[in-house]
Ligand binder design. Structure first.
Ligand SMILES: *Cc1c(COP(=O)(O)O)cnc(C)c1O
Length: 431
């Protein structure tokens, strides 16, 4: 299958080319030329398939021209070696726990899938690829972990000094091998700007093949559709219409859910739940997309003022406002509402949510006010321990530190400190 640029459908690439390049030469996001629905038989009998079989069927059409079936099966087995349970916490309200992977954030699946694809594509090539990525927290750890030890691929992660949590910093600075962490004296926006400059800097790109590992890359974005199928498999027996509420920042995850819908998965509605960053909730009111500077919140993995994947969602719904509205609602919630909801959920059901999951829960409840009979699933995108300070302050309890986090806590941090773009440039030119 080919992928075309959303800026110009004549600009096309194979899966392999699109994964290696990240973004199209005209700076458009890549998009699959078609999405062929899976059979109704498959959705009716989905509970008789294993997660590996489901994932294989769902992603096969997109990658099969470049990845042989046997290799794809192995990749899927490597990537999906943990569970995705749907946990019911109230009548008609359940959470899909996406945090059982190695870094306890949902980004593990996309990062691992992309790493496995790039690893496969760089076999037999002598030109190494450098993955360059800026992180405000969770992306860095998932990417570092996913790419660790992948031959032919080097990873450089930029993060803002002092602005990620201790756990997040350990996850991206202690692995070594092919993973380099650059600690930037600045903000996340500064890190992102440096990464963008490097991609445009021909002195660097003449010498080094660069790619990005954020959700604009199709190999990180598309496999996220697996979650929705796994949730559907578990919730189908309820016999009700299903809705998903997705805590959203760059809108890659929810957009992958919409691809699952295009594949034929029965779903009544999607809810994009956001914090104080209201670009999409505003769009849903008046159809005007107006990016704004990002606002810092306690659900900081969603502090995005210009969500890069929203253009893919518009395209999936033919950029037709009434089709978008029929399928998608979007609500925004304050930090105060998020905290009181974390308390309320805990006191009602004993369930501990992280701030992102709590925003998802709020969006779900908002929709159910006028649609009380639907079965709602909100995505729990990170383990509460990843946002320890907020959880401790709000709930007055300390979640137990899981083994995969304990493992990195004692390790020594190694980072390269940089103050400006020149620091990144000289590293990329000279190392
Ligand atoms: C990245 C992230 C999100 C936002 O996901 P998008 O695909 O960017 O919308 C939500 N929650 C957590 C914990 C994250 O790390």
């Amino acid at each position: 299958m080919k992928f075309y640029s959303l800026n110009n459908s004549n600009v096309q690439a194979s899966f392999k080319e699109a994964v290696i390049a990240g973004i199209a030469p005209d700076k458009g996001l890549y998009f699959p030329e078609e999405i062929r629905p899976l059979s109704t038989e498959f959705f009716e009998n989905i509970d008789s398939y294993s997660n590996h079989e489901i994932a294989f069927k769902a992603i096969h059409q997109f990658v099969s021209a470049d990845i042989p079936d046997q290799v794809l099966k192995e990749i899927i087995e490597n990537v999906l070696d943990f569970n995705f349970p749907v946990v019911e916490i109230e009548e008609n309200v359940a959470t899909l726990e996406l945090f059982h992977g190695p870094t306890m954030a949902f980004k593990d699946v996309g990062a691992r899938f992309m790493a496995n694809c790039l690893g496969y594509f760089s076999k037999g090539e002598n030109n190494e690829v450098t993955v360059l990525v800026a992180t405000s927290g969770d992306t860095g750890g998932a990417v570092a972990n996913g790419f660790l030890g992948v031959k032919g691929v080097n990873v450089v992660i930029l993060y803002p000094s002092g602005k990620v949590s201790d756990i997040q910093e350990k996850q991206l600075t202690t692995l070594g091998q092919n993973i380099v962490a650059m600690e930037v004296n600045g903000t996340f926006d500064d890190c992102q700007r440096m990464v963008k400059n490097a991609f445009l800097d021909t002195k660097i790109t003449d010498q080094r093949k660069l790619t990005s590992a954020n959700s604009i890359n199709i190999a990180r974005w598309l496999p996220q559709l697996f979650y929705f199928l796994f949730a559907y498999k578990q919730a189908k027996q309820e016999g009700k219409e299903i809705i998903f509420s997705v805590p959203s920042g760059n809108f890659g995850n929810i957009c992958a859910g919409i691809v699952a819908q295009e594949l034929g998965m029965p779903v009544k509605h999607f809810i994009a739940s956001t914090n104080a960053n209201t670009v999409v909730p505003n769009f849903m009111k008046n159809g005007v997309y107006e990016p704004m500077p990002s606002i810092a919140t306690i659900s900081n993995a969603m502090d995005v003022g210009d969500p890069s994947n929203f253009i893919r969602i518009r395209h999936l719904y033919q950029d037709d406002f009434s089709t978008i509205k029929k399928n998608l609602s979007s609500y925004s919630f304050s930090d105060d509402a998020t905290k009181s909801t974390m308390k309320e959920i805990y006191s009602k059901s004993g369930y501990v949510t992280d701030p992102h999951g709590a925003v998802g829960y709020l969006g779900l409840k908002e929709y159910q006010k006028s649609n009380p009979d639907v079965y709602g699933i909100f995505l729990e995108t990170a383990h509460p321990v990843k946002f320890l300070d907020v959880v401790e302050d709000t709930l007055g309890l300390s979640p137990e530190i899981p083994p995969q986090i304990q493992k990195v806590m004692g390790k020594e941090k190694k980072s390269i400190k940089i103050n400006s773009y020149e620091g990144l440039k000289s590293y990329l030119m000279d190392s």
